[in-house]
Structure formats: structure tokens, C-alpha cells
Design a binder for this molecule. Structure first.
Ligand SMILES: NC(=O)c1ccc[n+]([C@@H]2O[C@H](COP(=O)([O-])OP(=O)(O)OC[C@H]3O[C@@H](n4cnc5c(N)ncnc54)[C@H](OP(=O)(O)O)[C@@H]3O)[C@@H](O)[C@H]2O)c1
Length: 281
């Protein structure tokens, strides 16, 4: 039996074991996936242990997505661009790092709308935003407005995206700045953690600024429908919940490890059930 896993801190509430084990069982693959709570001081020892035990692959979550890089043998190009790793493959004892977060987000968006030539407003300039923005450039978006509470962080990420050939305008999260920028875009994505359980009444974006011609995605997946998404839906916008990105980042990792097409419908059903949304989709 091949063993896969997740390392992070905390990992106790992750739905990845449920999704990945369902996928292995569904495809009749003799493998299992476990969570490992690894504190920062133990990261190096944990990676050595993974190699010594011959664990076939693993996901990486907060707070290790960047700090794991020096412990890996090589990085795939996307992970180099993003500067963070969420998936590792053990290839004959050599650990290769990937980042599936950005592509997971753009697949989720592309299931609802084309991205080529689009203008996109991204809220947040943290790790998930960085992954999404790099993937948006890969999809040929025209330009990105990047709105963040801490302006310096938006400026820094915009500088990085311009170096990578993109067009990016940094801004703050004031209503005036959001109102100006949203006029010019067709897609809005929340990559801040605002609205995450238990602060479910909070939103980073004034609801009255949504329009029915927008495609709106929230990458926060707990709750399944955030206030941000509910406001967008009330305005008639097309909405994409954060569980889509969650499922696709896992599906892409599964495909790296197994070279098989991931059973995305089954993984989504299991993730929805685990997060309390029923298994009907
Ligand atoms: N669906 C998925 O698969 C998926 C994948 C990855 C992450 N996520 C979710 O995405 C969220 C962000 O993750 P991350 O890894 O990018 O985190 P991160 O690196 O810590 O970044 C957090 C971002 O949220 C902003 N923020 C936090 N509190 C805020 C507040 N009260 N008001 C305004 N802005 C605030 C931060 O702004 P400052 O720069 O000003 O601090 C920053 O831009 C988390 O909720 C995470 O669970 C979902």
C-alpha cells in the first residue's frame, strides 16, 4: 500500500483525507492518505522522516508552504513562480514540489467564464492571492486590480506580477477604491480570509457594488456560502464557492501522484458532505 499525507499545523479539520481516500477507493488504488500535525521546529525532521519512510507524496498547508522549499530536491516551474508549495511528489527518493492552488482557482473560474483578455479584481495579497494572480497571468488576463488592507503588500505583489509580464494596479480596500475598480472588471475574487467561520457576517466588499454581469468567486470555503457570495448572488451575479478551488487543488495533486484522472465529482461530494453541505452535487 502506498502512503500519502498532509503536513501542516493545524491539520485536524482538513477535508483532504476524506477527499483523497474517497478518490483512492473510488478508483481501486491501494493507497491511504493521513494528516500529520507538524510544528515549524520539526519541519526538517518531518521531511527526513517522509523520505526515510518512503511516503509517496504529500500536501503542505499553513504554515509550511514557503518554509518547506529548502527541504525539497527540486521545484516544478509553477511553484518557482509562486514561491510556495502545496503538493510534493516523492520520485525515487527525490522530493519534487508543485503548487496546484493557482491552477485550481483558475479551473474553478474557467468552469464559469473565459479568462483570456479579462480584467479581474482580486481582494487580498497573501499566499493564496499570489498563487491565483500568477495563474491568472498564465491564462492571459488583460489586467489585475489588487486590493489589500495593507497597501505595501499589494504593491509588492503587483511589482512581482509586472516582472512576470502582467499588468497590475495596487489599491486599498476602501469603498471608493473598490467602487472605481469594480466598474472596469468582469470578475471579482475574494482571497482574503474575511468571512471565514466564525466571523461569518463579515465581508471585504460592500454588497451594493456587485452587479448581475459579474462572475464572483470566494476562496473561503467555511461557510460554504460566505456573506460575500450571498451579497453577490443577491445582486444576480454568477457565484463560485471556495469549495471548488479546494476540490481542484486536491484533484490536481491526486493526478500528479497517480497519473490518473481524478474523480472530481466524488471528491466534491465527499468534501461537501464533510463541510456540512450534503452530498447532492
Ligand atoms: N479554497 C481553497 O482551496 C483555499 C486555498 C488556500 C487558502 N484558502 C483560504 O483563503 C484565505 C486566505 O489564505 P492565505 O493563505 O492567502 O492567507 P494569508 O497569506 O494569511 O493572507 C490573508 C489575506 O487576508 C487579508 N486579511 C486578513 N484579515 C483581514 C481583515 N480583517 N480585513 C481585510 N483583509 C484581511 C490579509 O490582508 P493583510 O495583508 O492586510 O494582512 C491578506 O491579504 C484563508 O481563509 C484560507 O482558508 C482557501
Amino acid at each position: 500500500m502506498r502512503v500519502y499525507g498532509l503536513i501542516g499545523c493545524p491539520v485536524e479539520h482538513s477535508v483532504s483525507p476524506i477527499m483523497q481516500n474517497a478518490a483512492f477507493t473510488g478508483l481501486g488504488i491501494d493507497a491511504t492518505y493521513c494528516s500529520f500535525h507538524v510544528i515549524e521546529d520539526n519541519l526538517g525532521d518531518a521531511v527526513n522522516g517522509i523520505k526515510a519512510l518512503g511516503i509517496a507524496g504529500f500536501n503542505v498547508t499553513i504554515p509550511h508552504k514557503e518554509s518547506i522549499i529548502p527541504f525539497l530536491d527540486s521545484l516544478q516551474e509553477t511553484a518557482v513562480g509562486i514561491g510556495a508549495v502545496n503538493t510534493v511528489e516523492n520520485v525515487d527518493g527525490r522530493l519534487v514540489g508543485y503548487n496546484t492552488d493557482g491552477r485550481a482557482a483558475t479551473i474553478s473560474l474557467k468552469n464559469a467564464t473565459g479568462l483570456d483578455g479579462r480584467k479581474v479584481l482580486v481582494l487580498g495579497a497573501g499566499g493564496a492571492s499570489r498563487a491565483l494572480c500568477h495563474a491568472l497571468l498564465d491564462e492571459g488576463v488583460d489586467s489585475i486590480y489588487l486590493a489589500n488592507r495593507t497597501p505595501k503588500r499589494a504593491e509588492s505583489l503587483c511589482g512581482e506580477l509586472r516582472k512576470a509580464g502582467g499588468s497590475c494596479t495596487p489599491l486599498g480596500l476602501s469603498k471608493r477604491e473598490l467602487a472605481e475598480s469594480v466598474k472596469d472588471v468582469s470578475v471579482v475574487v475574494n482571497c482574503t480570509s474575511v468571512g471565514l467561520y466564525p466571523r461569518v457576517d463579515e465581508t471585504p466588499f460592500p454588497g451594493e457594488l456587485f452587479r448581475s454581469d459579474l462572475v464572483v468567486m470566494d476562496i473561503v470555503y467555511n461557510p460554504l456560502e460566505t456573506r460575500f457570495l450571498r451579497d453577490a448572488r443577491d445582486a444576480g451575479a454568477q457565484t463560485i464557492p471556495g469549495i471548488e478551488m479546494l476540490v481542484w487543488q486536491g484533484a490536481l495533486a491526486f493526478e500528479i501522484w497517480t497519473n490518473k484522472k481524478a474523480p472530481v465529482g466524488l471528491m466534491r461530494e465527499q468534501a461537501l458532505r464533510a463541510l456540512g453541505g450534503g452530498g447532492g452535487k
